[in-house]
Design a protein around this ligand. Sequence first.
Ligand code: PMV
Length: 315
Amino acid sequence: MPAYSASAPGKVILFGEHAVVYGYPAIAVPVPQVRAKAIVMAEPLSPPGQVRITARDVGLETTLAQLPEDHPLKVVIAKAMLAMQVNHIPACSLTISSTIPVAGGMGSGAAVSVAALRALSALLGHPLSDEQLSDLVYQAELIYHGTPSGIDNSVIAHARPVYFVKGRPLEFLAVKQPFSLVVGNTGLESPTSTAVGGVRQAWEADRPRYQQLFEGVGAIATAGRKAMRAGKLDELGLLMDRNHALLKEMGVSSPELDRLVQAAKEAGASGAKLSGAGKGGSMIALMRPDPASRVSAALLEAGAVGTILTEVGKA
Ligand code: PMV
């Protein structure tokens, strides 16, 4: 039986969460080490039109027809069928698995939707482009968290670092000097809609103060883009620290996040901040470049036409 498999990465927000909802710039990068995967297999012997759905990680074993009308997967599949002008899915099974922490600020929901639509659209012979996938997932997210900026679906569907401003064409970011991030998960689930709703209430109660915070965060994201393009990693670390301070002022950090951020800094990270909606979820820390990549950069600066980094003796 033909099988179609597809996947999508997790993501972290490097700069600009929350302010991005209000039109300020933000930067997000994919985290390919964690992924959502979908496998679609035609099942010609099943009842016509039956789409069997299995997602063991979240204890889901059902059919598309039995899913509640407002289930994210049902909504996004319905929107995709409209977009593809398809009104019938042949009998098949859709198996979903994911290593992205749920409600951990790493875009698990968007990645599951992207992977599922990629595999289903391949089965239907209408493979959707990254841009179409991003747009469909955005439309579905509008239903759950009301005012999504669109950054999650963009970075996950395109699987590339993005500089994102709501309502403007997406900009892919060139990273001059690769860097390593460590993601720390608090283990506390934090629904995006709750944190975004909390910021909105606070903004409504004190617009001048929040506008100023958003502006500060937006300026950090713009400076972050410059630092990434120039390969200035120390600058990037400083900007992450400043972004975390502003997120704290916004009221979206938590003692658990602050503890992890402090631990990362004490262990030598050049910058650390919460990432995503906050109030739980994940934080990220920027690692200092190791000597090998520093030597490599110095050789390139000194005129080497290329350098090769290899690890010897690693099992
Ligand atoms: O989905 P999360 O938890 O990574 O949060 C997304 C980032 C926010 O700026 C808080 C919301 C948004 O829509 O951009």
